[in-house]
Write a new protein. Structure first.
Length: 130
């Protein structure tokens, strides 16, 4: 029985050492490793959050610029369309006047041609009487 007790005592001491080592590892992990990891994570997270915020601000500014550019472009299109509409209305108002001027010029040209041919006929009739 002495041998059995001796083996059991050695086994117990081994298990006790293993348990003591586990206790020391747990203590080391909870007292040193976890706080270091937490501090490292927090500092990295702060940096990541700052970078994300900066990127978000940059995207927001770009979106605002794009919206302003689109608004200016749309305003320009609306103004141009309105200007063309006014020009078209003005052209349509002037069209009858221009048409009347052309018709009048045409009538004057016809009258000049009639007078010219009438004069030519007179001249021709002078030669036919001889």
């Amino acid at each position: 029985m002495d041998l059995y007790r001796l083996v059991e005592e050695k086994r117990g001491l081994r298990e006790l050492r293993v348990l003591e080592n586990l206790k020391n590892m747990i203590h080391e992990t909870s007292e040193h490793t976890l706080p270091q990891c937490r501090d490292g994570m927090e500092s990295n997270l702060k940096e990541v959050l700052q970078r994300l915020q900066a990127a978000n601000d940059c995207v927001h500014r770009l979106q605002q610029r794009e919206q302003e550019r689109r608004k200016m472009y749309n305003d320009h299109l609306v103004a141009s369309e309105k200007q063309r509409g006014l020009q078209w209305e003005e052209l349509m108002k002037e069209q009858p006047r221009h048409q009347a001027e052309v018709d009048e010029e045409h009538q004057r040209a016809l009258q000049r041609l009639r007078e010219h041919y009438a004069e030519m006929e007179k001249d021709l009739s002078k030669f036919s009487t001889f």
